[in-house]
Write a protein that binds this ligand. Structure first.
Ligand SMILES: C[S@@+](CC[C@H](N)C(=O)[O-])C[C@H]1O[C@@H](n2cnc3c(N)ncnc32)[C@H](O)[C@@H]1O
Length: 239
């Protein structure tokens, strides 16, 4: 994930009507939850699949998790274009950040669990609440899932696993792989959308690490080849 590459870029497939902020979005050198500078929270609106999504970016609290990343918008647009079905599906999102992808899955009828590190859950809960009517069922879940630590507390039978821009930190790659393997079986379909940065290790993760355990199909690539969406299924149920 290269912040300078992203800052000020036009979003290739759109969805967001506001102009980009002139802030370094990388958070490089900072922990995920600390900005070097304090920015005010920001409300954004997106439209996908006939739903308006209201998302607050809690920039006063976080750096990386507070941003709706380009890969998330592109994944939502992909679901819209391909009419991916979530109705009645048991879904888990990893590294939800603002929650935008998981919230779209909820609005499309999925039984969704949104996850991230514990300190990010407040932002996700706030955004889920903003986009749900009180009568909406099934109720979504928001839960802490730090990769390599917490997956044992979750079931292994999700229909769909989602992740956007969660492959950017090489030291967490094996932990993320362990989590994906725990949560999936041979029926599970995994959609991962990512900036394809060699520097941040994404190219190697998708070309080498994942294919040991998963069939990896590139289902979408932005015209500038910057963001890829992969559809994964397990090669074997055991690992
Ligand atoms: C680049 S942000 C992407 C956020 C959101 N998915 C999007 O695309 O807008 C990466 C997210 O992964 C989460 N994350 C990073 N390392 C993690 C870990 N080890 N366990 C769980 N979540 C993690 C961060 O907290 C952050 O919300």
């Amino acid at each position: 994930m290269s912040g300078t590459a992203r800052t000020g870029q036009a979003e290739p497939t759109g969805g967001d009507t506001e102009s980009e902020r002139s802030v370094d979005q990388s958070g490089s050198g900072s922990p995920d939850t600390q900005s070097k500078e304090v920015f005010p929270d920001q409300d954004r609106r997106f439209e996908f699949c006939g739903h308006v999504l209201k998302i607050t970016q809690q920039l006063s609290k976080f750096a990386i998790p507070a941003i709706v990343w380009q890969s998330a918008i592109i994944l939502c647009r992909y679901f819209e274009k391909e009419r991916i079905m979530f109705l009645g599906q048991k879904v888990i999102e990893l590294g939800s950040g603002t929650g935008i992808v998981g919230i779209l899955a909820i609005l499309l009828g999925g039984e969704v669990t949104l996850t991230d590190k514990p300190e990010v859950l407040g932002q996700i809960e706030c955004n889920v609440a903003r986009n749900m009517s009180p009568s909406m069922t099934p109720r979504p879940k928001v839960a802490a899932l730090s990769w390599g630590e917490d997956e044992g507390q979750f079931p292994r039978n999700y229909d769909i696993i989602l992740g956007s821009d969660i492959v950017y930190r090489p030291r967490s790659f094996l932990l993320l792989l362990k989590t994906l393997l725990h949560l999936s079986d041979r029926r599970t379909v995994i959609y991962l959308s990512n900036i394809m940065s060699e520097k941040m290790g994404a190219v190697e993760f998708y070309a080498t690490l994942l294919p040991e355990h998963f069939h990896c199909e590139l289902v979408y690539q932005t015209p500038n080849n910057e963001v890829n969406i992969f559809r994964l299924t397990r090669k074997s149920s055991t690992y």
